[in-house]
Design a protein around this ligand. Structure first.
Ligand code: UDP
Length: 327
């Protein structure tokens, strides 16, 4: 069985990726420091606890498991936190990824799939966001991811590191079988916060700004189901295994929803009121982030199956009611 090193495998997207890898016949080896991840979410292969910046630990893990590829999910990923503490983002995301990439090259593990973000694009009025759009991030989260993309290109030129970069739009939903799901501490994402507000686990949701230049004044995002997102990673891995070379792909559906539209859909799916209040804008938020690219569909053959808003919220709601991690 081929091993794949999954950094951040104890986190939201990484744990879903481990499940998909196992189903596809790979052995997912989770490498995670458990700062934001959950030990309970590591269910599909071995667990190795460690820091991205710990080169000796990474060398030992590469030697022990001989992975054929790296799927690099581990990162700090909150816009608000990135605005307040940019140093953590540059250190953890950029310096950590550098150490990981150097360890992968030293181990001869040269197929690398990287989780980047649409936050690298920044604010573009009326511009279709495809993979060639200029990257002008508004916050240290997006800036750190853009820097890692550049790093991968340099390591390809010098050391032959083949990479697929996925720029995620907004990931939502959960494993429909309920084995893994979304659980952040603290939670900052729209869908889980809204579900918490619906069943009284926290106070009303605050809508961050109603004065954006959008039809209802709230920000527009392109939501993609976590299971569809990880399916793309399997296709990306195969792409590299087939020697097709380094490539960047947006992962979004091309359809945007405003915060108010997400609230309305949640009310419809759960048949409950969504308690919310209007608040000021959150620093670092772009008005609209919607993928304008069909490259992943055209070149990878990616076909999102669960990324309609109702299914994503229904899957998230099921997990919200039945699943949780304790450690
Ligand atoms: N949002 C909001 N209230 C919240 C959390 C998020 O209004 O409590 C909005 C946020 O401004 C953005 C969208 O919901 O427009 C999605 O935010 P999230 O943090 O889920 O993802 P991001 O777009 O930052 O990756």
């Amino acid at each position: 069985m081929k091993s794949v090193l999954v950094t951040g495998g104890a986190g939201y997207i990484g744990s879903h990726a481990c499940k998909a890898l196992k189903s596809a016949g790979y052995l997912p080896v989770t490498y995670d420091n458990l700062v934001t991840g959950w030990r309970d979410a590591v269910r599909f292969g071995p667990f190795e606890q460690g820091e991205l910046e710990d080169r000796a630990r990474l060398d030992a893990v590469f030697a022990a498991h001989q992975p054929v590829a790296v799927l690099h999910f581990a990162a700090l990923s909150q816009v608000g936190e990135a605005m307040a503490e940019p140093g953590r983002y540059w250190r953890n995301n950029v310096a950590g990824s550098l150490t990981l990439i150097e360890a992968a090259v030293a181990a001869g593990c040269l197929d690398f799939v990287f989780s980047s973000t649409c936050a690298t694009y920044g604010e573009h009025d009326n511009v279709v966001l495809d993979e060639d759009t200029s990257q002008l991030p508004l916050n240290a989260y997006g800036a750190s991811k853009r820097a890692i993309e550049d790093m991968l290109r340099d390591f390809e030129a010098a050391h032959g590191l083949r990479h697929v970069i996925f720029r995620y739009f907004n990931v939502a939903g959960a494993d429909p079988e309920g084995e893994v799901g979304e659980h952040h501490r603290p939670e900052t994402h729209l869908v889980p916060l809204m579900l918490d507000a619906i069943d009284g686990k926290r106070d009303a949701l605050t809508v961050f700004g109603t004065d954006y230049d959008t039809p209802d004044g709230t920000c527009i995002r392109d939501y993609v189901h976590v299971c569809d997102l990880v399916d793309a990673h399997l296709l990306g891995l195969r792409w590299l295994e087939e020697g097709k070379g380094s490539r960047v792909f947006n992962l979004g559906t091309g359809t945007g929803f405003s915060v108010m539209e997400v609230i309305a859909q949640s009310r419809a799916v759960t048949n409950r009121e969504v308690p919310y209040q209007i608040g000021p804008r959150r620093g670092g938020d772009c008005t609209k982030l919607v993928s304008g690219s069909g490259r992943a569909e055209a070149e990878l053959g990616w076909r999102p199956k669960r990324s309609d808003l109702a299914t994503m919220i229904a899957d998230a709601w099921r997990w919200h009611q039945t699943g949780h991690y304790e450690q």
